[in-house]
Design a protein around this ligand. Structure first.
Ligand code: B3K
Ligand code: ZN
Length: 870
């Protein structure tokens, strides 16, 4: 397969001044007429991208030239002598048979499109690249009884009835855009409407389209949209730029959502919610994704990417923006910890595995494979570095200059960096190293205290795994010192260090690490001071520092930074699990250290701390993150040690968990607000510990039976399944019966079972593959069963006999023939084969090889499987 390289980038030889598209929709033969006003920009033949298209005619300034066109499976080549011309191309496509869900496809008898990254070429022949910007007009014609609404980007300029029961609509988008932002939707949907008045007094129509049965579940999405619009005005000074903003929710969608200009298409999971069906996490996800797609209107659409290697330009930046949005809506401390947890459990492993790539990849076979945690989440961390270095004001100055310079353009990550640097009069060239080097940096910190001079030297050393000739990165390190009572120490950097220590307050500083090795010296430091490092997780690195357990306990209880407090407790818990793993492996006894219980107790008793933070601090580190700490992951022992620690904390703190549980129980009607969310989080953590103990089975059952809201129902059910509650089978059955007509809830029903780790996990999952509600053509369903089983059911997936691998491999092969993007995603867990024992390595490699050898393997799957085996 063809490999694309960043270094080969060439501007297009032709531009498209404007394009007029006409769609005559029909499930098996949709006719697309595409008229482009083109202009030559450089020498060469005209080469248009196009895949799986039936070509009907090609008119060059009105003259049929189909015979002169050279067609291959990736496009069309035509020698054109003219400078300026109109090219009119007619093609036919079959949306009904499009199971890849890219291009124009069907979902629940409606039509919808997904074009990013390179789906537009499955609709018509075009210059399918993000740096070709054009003005689009779209006419949609379809049967009226089956397609009440006909939607496309921009403003509706004409509509009306036609013969044979058909009707039409014409949409005009005044903003130039690349074709990946094109969208079309048609079908018998229902809509909810609202309005938003912009800061400059324009009224914008807001419309959310859903299938009629879901019309009651749109309120939260609409609220989220209005909040997003307001927030972007207030925090970034960015206003919406069309008269209408539409969101369509569909059940079949490859990812979360898509930011098409003026017409966002969403996975229904990120639109639909009511308290009975959606959890707090769902509510937060909806608010975040609606925000994310809306924020793309400026960071992505108005200023877009020159080529797909620049993807993090729009994604890293927009994720950063949506993170800040959620932080401002709920709690910035909680949000920061959630994001760090996600990054460490998912992006760090990716960066340590065979698919490791810099946030600006240098090459790809299939672009869709690079919508990764690295490009998105690590990319957002890198944007956050600018924010940390420049502060909010400096960062906003940089954003302003970025828009001043580049509105309406397709640009690079370098352009973004230049705007940040120029607006603040600083040199940020070193930031480049974050974009082109892969792997999670290690940050080793050591201390040296001179009791005579009372000077403390903090020495930092950065490195990249498997790379000796790395370029040091610019790392801001959030820093503070606590005395041995836990009181903050006033920071006094020495004269030599002062240049690289930015004091943000008396007790908080940012150390600017620019070299591979660098020291920072502080004066007047009391003996036994404890450094608080990487406050706010100020850089996406692995920090190594030899804290004693006592020091961790002190930080967990006293540091002013909530991330550090959380991190200290998590490190204590992690060490405990690791010690237990070692003990189990060598069959020796191990007792829970008393300081762990003591800190846990005092944290749980601390009424002044946000209950959400308490809950996060006392949640056990995720299995995936624990596995990350090992060269060879011993799944069963880690799971055993993890369960042991859970049981220990449950037993030792039983009374306190009960108190907390009862303190947090609340009969008030469900609301999505900070206080209620935090209370539920802590209550359900308490429940999960209590659920370990058989004497509290009735409490868990009672919460399930109360059916108060989905957050509580699911928490109870999950605990019941995990600990084989005597009524769990019955509860699962009643849950199914109640919700069998609600796809999103049935996804949860599949997930619940797929994630339960026990001896028959594989059989359970296999049986569910045969369930009448399982289907390989619905991505949400596939993710909720196979995605969850392979990623989260470590015990089942990594069964010693390899049956877990085999089952997944077979499903992936079947899926690859239908939907390559989703099949490629499911390969993730297999790519980490190097982290398991030799027998498992062999079986995982065999599975990958088998998948790779399938006749007709897609390039999506080919790229990931072959790179993992290399
Ligand atoms: N930009 C889209 C993702 C497109 C993925 C294509 N495989 C959604 C988002 O990041 O907002
Ligand atoms: Zn995005």
């Amino acid at each position: 397969p063809h490999v694309n390289y960043l270094k080969d980038y060439q501007p297009s030889a032709f531009s498209i001044e404007s394009v007029y598209l006409e769609f005559e929709l029909s499930p098996l033969a949709t006719r697309v007429t595409n008229s482009m006003q083109m202009q030559r920009q450089a020498k060469g033949d005209l080469r248009l991208d196009g895949e799986n298209l039936k070509l009907i005619s090609v008119l060059l300034d009105g003259e049929e030239v189909i015979e002169q066109c050279q067609i291959d499976e990736a496009g069309l080549t035509l020698a054109v002598a003219k400078e300026k011309f109109t090219l009119r191309i007619v093609t036919e496509i079959e949306p009904q048979n499009n199971t890849a869900l890219e291009g124009l496809y069907r979902t629940s008898d409606n039509y919808c499109t997904q074009c990013e990254a390179e789906g537009f070429r499955k609709i018509t022949y075009y210059l399918d690249r993000p740096d070709v910007l054009s003005v689009f007009t779209t006419k949609v014609i379809a049967d009226k009884s089956e397609n009440r609404f006909l939607l496309a980007n921009g403003n509706l300029v004409d509509s009306g009835d036609l013969d044979n029961g058909k009707h039409f609509a014409v949409w005009q988008d005044p903003h130039k855009k690349p074709c990946y932002l094109f969208a079309l939707v048609a079908g018998n949907l229902e809509k909810v409407e609202d309005t938003f008045t912009t800061a400059d007094g324009r009224e914008v129509k807001l419309e959310i389209f859903v299938e009629p049965r879901n019309i009651e579940k749109c309120e939260h999405a609409m609220e989220s949209l209005k909040k997003s619009m307001k927030w972007d005005e207030e925090r970034f000074g960015l206003l919406y730029d069309l008269d209408i903003f539409m969101i369509v929710a569909v059940d079949d969608f490859n990812m979360g959502a898509m930011e098409n200009k003026g017409l966002n298409v969403f996975n229904s999971k990120f639109v639909l919610a009511k308290p009975e069906t959606a959890t707090d996490i769902d509510y937060e996800g909806i608010e975040a994704v609606i925000g994310h797609e809306y924020f793309h209107n400026w960071t992505g659409n108005r200023v877009t990417c020159r080529d797909w290697f620049q993807l993090t330009l729009k994604e890293g930046l927009t994720v950063f923006r949506d993170q800040e949005f959620t932080a401002d809506m709920l709690s910035s401390a909680v949000k920061r910890i959630e994001d760090v947890r996600r990054l460490r459990s998912n992006q760090f492993p990716e960066d340590a595995g065979p698919m490791s790539h810099p946030i600006q990849p240098q090459s790809y076979i299939e672009m869709n494979n690079f919508y990764t945690m690295t490009v998105y989440e690590k990319g957002a961390e890198v944007v956050r570095l600018y924010h940390t270095l420049l502060g909010e004001t400096g960062f906003q100055k940089g954003m302003q200059l970025y828009f001043e310079r580049h509105d309406g353009q397709a640009v690079t990550v370098q352009d973004f960096r230049n705007a940040m640097a120029d607006a603040n009069g600083v040199n940020l060239e070193q930031m480049h190293n974050w974009y082109v080097q892969s792997g999670t940096p290690n940050l080793e910190v050591t201390r040296n205290y001179d009791a005579v001079t009372q000077k403390l030297t903090i020495s930092c050393q950065q490195s990249l795994p498997n790379s000796d000739d790395f370029q040091p990165m610019l790392m801001p390190i959030g820093f503070g010192l606590l005395d041995k009572e836990g009181e903050p120490v006033t920071l006094e950097p020495t004269f030599e260090s002062a240049a690289n220590v930015e004091l943000r307050s008396d007790t908080h500083a940012v150390l600017k690490l620019t070299q591979a090795q660098q020291s920072f010296v502080f004066e007047d430091v009391p003996a036994d001071a404890v450094p608080s490092l990487l406050r706010g997780f100020s850089a996406p690195v692995k920090l190594h520092f030899d804290y004693s357990n006592q020091e961790l306990a002190l930080l967990a209880a006293k540091d002013e930074d909530s991330f550090v407090r959380w991190e200290a407790m998590q490190t204590l818990l992690l060490r405990t699990v690791q010690a237990k793993v070692a003990a189990l492996q060598s069959c020796i006894d191990y007792q829970l250290p008393s300081e762990v219980i003591e800190v846990a107790r005092s944290l749980l008793a601390a009424k002044e701390i946000d209950p959400a933070l308490v809950a996060m601090t006392l949640s056990l580190p995720e299995l995936g993150y624990i596995g990350e700490q090992y060269e060879v992951v011993d799944v069963d022992t880690i799971y055993q040690a993890h369960s042991w620690l859970e049981a220990e904390l449950a037993n030792h703190m039983q009374g306190q968990w009960l108190d907390v549980y009862h303190r947090c129980v609340n009969d008030a009607p469900y609301q999505y607000d900070k206080a209620q969310i935090a209370e539920r989080m802590l209550k359900n953590l308490a429940l999960s510990y209590l659920g370990v103990l058989s004497e509290h089975q009735s409490l868990v059952l009672k919460q399930y039976q109360a059916q108060h809201n989905m957050t509580d129902v699911l928490a109870a059910l999950k605990t019941m399944l995990k600990h084989q509650h005597p009524r769990s089978v019955e509860a699962l059955q009643s849950f199914y019966e109640r919700w069998q007509d609600d796809n999103l809830v049935i996804d949860k029903w599949f997930t619940l079972q797929a994630q339960t780790q026990n001896d028959h996990a594989l059989q359970t999952t296999q049986a569910l593959l045969q369930h009448k509600d399982f289907s390989l053509t619905n991505p949400n369903r596939v993710r909720s069963l196979l995605g969850v089983f392979s990623r989260l059911n470590l015990v089942g997936f990594h069964r010693a006999d390899g049956a877990g691998y085999q089952m997944c491999a077979e499903q992936i092969m079947q899926l690859d023939a239908l939907n390559p993007q989703i099949a490629a995603r499911l390969l993730g867990p297999f790519t980490h084969w190097k982290r398991y024992d030799e027998k498992r390595q062999q079986m995982m490699r065999n599975a990958l090889q088998q998948i790779l050898d399938r006749k007709g393997v897609s390039k999506d799957v080919y790229e990931i499987a072959s790179k993992s085996l290399a």
